[in-house]
Design a protein around this ligand. Structure first.
Ligand SMILES: *Cc1c(COP(=O)(O)O)cnc(C)c1O
Length: 377
């Protein structure tokens, strides 16, 4: 069944470092699908401090933060990410996935309701499933529908609105100003997953709340995308973070992040805050690529983010389209159900600040040739 529907999944291995040009199956290809938006994953200074961190503390962290795994580096990174996000306190998790699960399953409980955008990331969906709260899914970025759910849930103990800041498969920015206004009107809490927004949008790359100039109750994020390293985080008030430190099972029962990774994250945050050159370059490339694809006749989703989805439709056709792109030297795998709704399989093109203009020209040339051959344009 999975094969027939074009939904079988295989692994591809990268045989080089994560530069804009990577080696796959022995050939150099332009990487056009990585979440390494600022190119920091292969930054020499990050690699240097990661090695120093490991020399000082070891490779593995040897235990949960609450037992033996907590180092001064972990505490420093929490201080830095809280300051970056202008929040009172922060808590590290081993991944963004675990952060979402930990927050939603512990904060929202019996008698509460979670109102969740229909295109929220799978880790939010799993967090909702683990929570004892009821979950209601509202239509994607549909504020009238969200309002109706808020009206209908007034008998509930507490209401939590949860949304991706930047939607991971559609590349659009959530209407957070409107969400915050509705939350104020109905006395609800707002939780934002800023996985794809951190380092990319808002003042100094602070994320979606900063982009709109609003504040929210809890922000979840990951170091694994624009920040170029690994690990998840949650920022919010001191009370919320203290609660999570004591209750979030995916925090309590998880080995702490490797000290080397934590050291690299500290350095990456410094780079992101003090130098806007990478972010400025990324946004120039985003403009060039989005405009180029539209000029070719493609309809692309989203706006203002490095995620540029080109919807193909059928899953098998999307896979063939992706293989044809790869023959032209562009690596961008097809994204299929269940990552995206049935019938909306797509090439999820993403850009990095380190892509050169000629590489983006090459991506556009490949899309011209393959799009014509597949009669998509
Ligand atoms: C990638 C992603 C996550 C998970 O983060 P990891 O650190 O990779 O576990 C969570 N939410 C969204 C929206 C994401 O895109």
């Amino acid at each position: 069944m999975i094969e027939e529907k074009g939904l079988s999944r295989g692994l591809r291995s990268v045989e080089s470092s994560y530069q804009p040009l990577v080696q796959i199956d022995g050939e150099a290809k332009v990487m056009a699908a990585s979440n390494n938006y600022l190119g920091l994953s292969s930054d020499e200074s990050l690699i240097g401090v990661a090695i120093e961190g490991m020399r000082s503390f070891g490779v593995g962290s040897t235990g949960s933060r609450l037992t033996t795994g907590n180092t001064t580096l972990h505490e420093l990174l929490e201080k830095r990410i809280a300051r970056f996000k202008k929040c009172e306190d922060a808590l590290l998790f081993s991944s963004g996935y675990l952060a979402n699960i930990g927050v939603l399953s512990s904060i929202a409980g019996e008698g509460d309701v979670i109102l969740s955008d229909e295109l929220n990331h799978a880790s939010i969906i799993d967090g909702c499933r683990l929570s004892k709260a009821a979950t209601r899914v509202y239509n994607h970025v549909d504020m009238a529908d969200l309002k109706e759910h808020l009206v209908r849930s007034q008998n509930k103990r507490r209401r939590f609105i949860v949304t991706d800041g930047v939607f991971s498969m559609d590349g659009n920015i959530a209407p957070l100003r409107d969400i915050v206004l509705l939350a104020e009107e109905f006395n609800a809490y707002v939780i934002v997953d800023d996985a794809h927004a951190t380092g990319v949008i808002g003042e100094n790359g602070r994320g979606t709340a900063s982009y709109y100039g609003v504040s929210v109750d809890v922000t979840i994020g990951t170091f694994s995308k624009a920040i170029g390293t690994e690990g998840g985080f949650v920022v919010g008030s001191k009370d919320v973070i203290t609660f999570l430190r004591n209750r979030a099972r995916s925090f309590i029962f998880q080995t702490a992040l490797s000290p080397g990774i934590v050291a690299a994250s500290i350095r990456a945050l410094e780079l992101i805050q003090h130098d806007s050159a990478l972010r400025d370059q990324l946004h120039l490339s985003i403009k060039q690529c989005r405009e180029g694809l539209r000029d070719l006749g493609y309809s692309v989703l989203g706006e203002g983010t490095p995620i540029i989805p080109v919807v193909i439709g059928d899953a098998t056709k999307a896979v063939q389209f992706s293989s044809a792109l790869e023959k032209e030297g562009v690596f961008a795998p097809a994204i299929r159900p269940p990552s995206v709704p049935e019938g909306s399989s797509r090439i999820r093109l993403t850009l990095m600040a380190t892509h050169q203009k000629k590489q983006i020209d090459g991506i556009l040339r490949a899309f011209l040739k393959v799009g014509k051959a597949f009669e998509v344009i």
